[in-house]
Design a protein around this ligand. Structure first.
Ligand code: AMP
Ligand code: MG
Length: 177
């Protein structure tokens, strides 16, 4: 299965606080035939900075209430890995750029969790740049425009970003390396 996923994380206007912690995991599962077979969505409660900045809520539309009621990263990531079937099924993690892979590794490090499963990853953004023959890798919103797909849902929400990336992934299905 192809796991098209997108993360949201704590953030601040001047980007001067750290660490950034995952607050949402959104994903779409696409099978070997290119068909969407399932979706995954989980909010995650940050532990170093449990209070979201107003900037972060404005950017992502994720509220304090969403994360207060959510599992912490160690629990949420286990749900995600179980949903993927990391130990049972062949899979490939696909995200728009390398930020999401880095953020997954960072949060895993903080919790002392295994990171090997994260290595099976491609950047849809960088491959799209080659497949579409664009001068530069593009933002997801720009790439959607280029492909003639309206941005569906709320930009900077993990599950909606994942659905939009999945549309681009399906557009070039069979050509991803
Ligand atoms: P995205 O997948 O584009 O929604 O971005 C993922 C995460 O990157 C967000 O949840 C933020 O933590 C961070 N981020 C994205 N855009 C910005 C921005 N303009 N300023 C600060 N952080 C950002
Ligand atoms: Mg996003």
């Amino acid at each position: 299965n192809y796991i098209i996923f997108d993360l949201e994380a704590t953030c601040w206007e001047n980007r001067d606080q750290s660490p950034n912690e995952i607050i949402e995991i959104g994903a779409v599962k696409i099978n070997a035939e290119g068909t969407t077979v399932d979706e995954f969505q989980a909010f995650v409660k940050p532990t170093v900075h449990p209070t979201l900045s107003d900037f972060c809520t404005r950017l992502t539309s994720i509220t304090q209430q969403h994360v207060d009621q959510a599992p912490t990263f160690d629990q949420a990531i286990q749900l995600f890995k179980d949903w993927i079937g990391v130990d049972q099924l062949p899979y490939l993690l696909c995200s728009w750029g390398f930020y999401d892979r880095r953020q997954l590794r960072e949060d895993s490090d903080r919790f002392g969790l295994d990171k090997k499963w994260i290595n099976k990853h491609i950047s849809v953004k960088h491959q799209h740049h080659k497949l579409a023959g664009t001068e530069q890798p593009m933002g997801m919103d720009e790439a959607l425009k280029l492909e003639g797909f309206p941005l569906q849902g709320t930009h900077h929400r993990g599950i909606d970003d994942a659905r939009n990336i999945a549309r681009i992934f399906q557009q070039y299905f069979g050509q991803w390396q």
